[in-house]
Design a protein around this ligand. Sequence first.
Ligand code: MLT
Ligand code: MN
Ligand code: ZN
Length: 300
Amino acid sequence: MLSIIVLGTAAGGGVPQWNCGCDNCRAARTSHAELRATQASIAVSADRAHWFLINASPDLRQQLTQTPTLHPRALRHSPIAGVILSNGEVDAIAGLLNLREGTAFNLYGHQRVLDLLADNSIFNVLKPALVPRIAITHDAAFEPRLPDGTPSGLEILPFIAPGKAALFVEETSANEAGDTLGFVIRDRASGESLVFLAACAALTPEVETYLRGAKLVFFDGTLFTDDEMIRLGLSAKTGQRMGHMAMSAAIPALDGLGIERKIFLHINNSNPALLPGSPERQAVEQAGWQIPADGMEITL
Ligand code: MLT
Ligand code: MN
Ligand code: ZN
């Protein structure tokens, strides 16, 4: 059995974002508290006792408080056995700082992302003796381990996602394969699996091979249209430039791949599909996609 908890659904900044007065952020602060969302992350488990986080969002502390399954069951304990990083953006790594305080877990990431952690000494608060950093490579499946070395029962296949280096190193680092990964996450016992692809700049034939026939896909839902941030006056960048394929392009592109359940993740606060009843939300739902809420649980 593969258990999934959607800890957070929003893109960097969350909903509402601290400095944003867009329609969605204003509604989330006032009349529509249900729009509030923390930054994207999921937890997965093969046994419901030991969990692996896919990315550690800056909102991790709040996410853990809100998720009883991930609460300690002893004076010093955590069901979190490890963290697997898909990229080095702030919204994927900053939550690691919440996991200090001396509990062991395994930290997996591409060497490109581990190099970013090494370059930022604040992450040394996670002592290597307790939190080993383990390099993963694309197209090499691995079984994440519990801190004592026990196999987790999960198998993770990382693959290259079209993307870019993290925003905070854009000026100093060229983009390289491995900056952004997708994951096929499988329960070894049942064979059930999902595809996690919360940042994807384009749908290449190679990426298609991982998505085709999948039972469950979490896909990049940052923007509804590529020029959304520009039109709203929020940014000068397109979604493509930020490493994100818009929903309006993803919906037709993933249609016909035989995917059973499609869920958008990493949804920016500017995205009009967040608002129930909006034409964009209707388009998303009519195309068979889901906009999730924080705390959603799925079992495969
Ligand atoms: C992104 O997904 O594009 C990044 O999270 C941007 C950011 O760090 O604000
Ligand atoms: Mn992000
Ligand atoms: Zn906003």
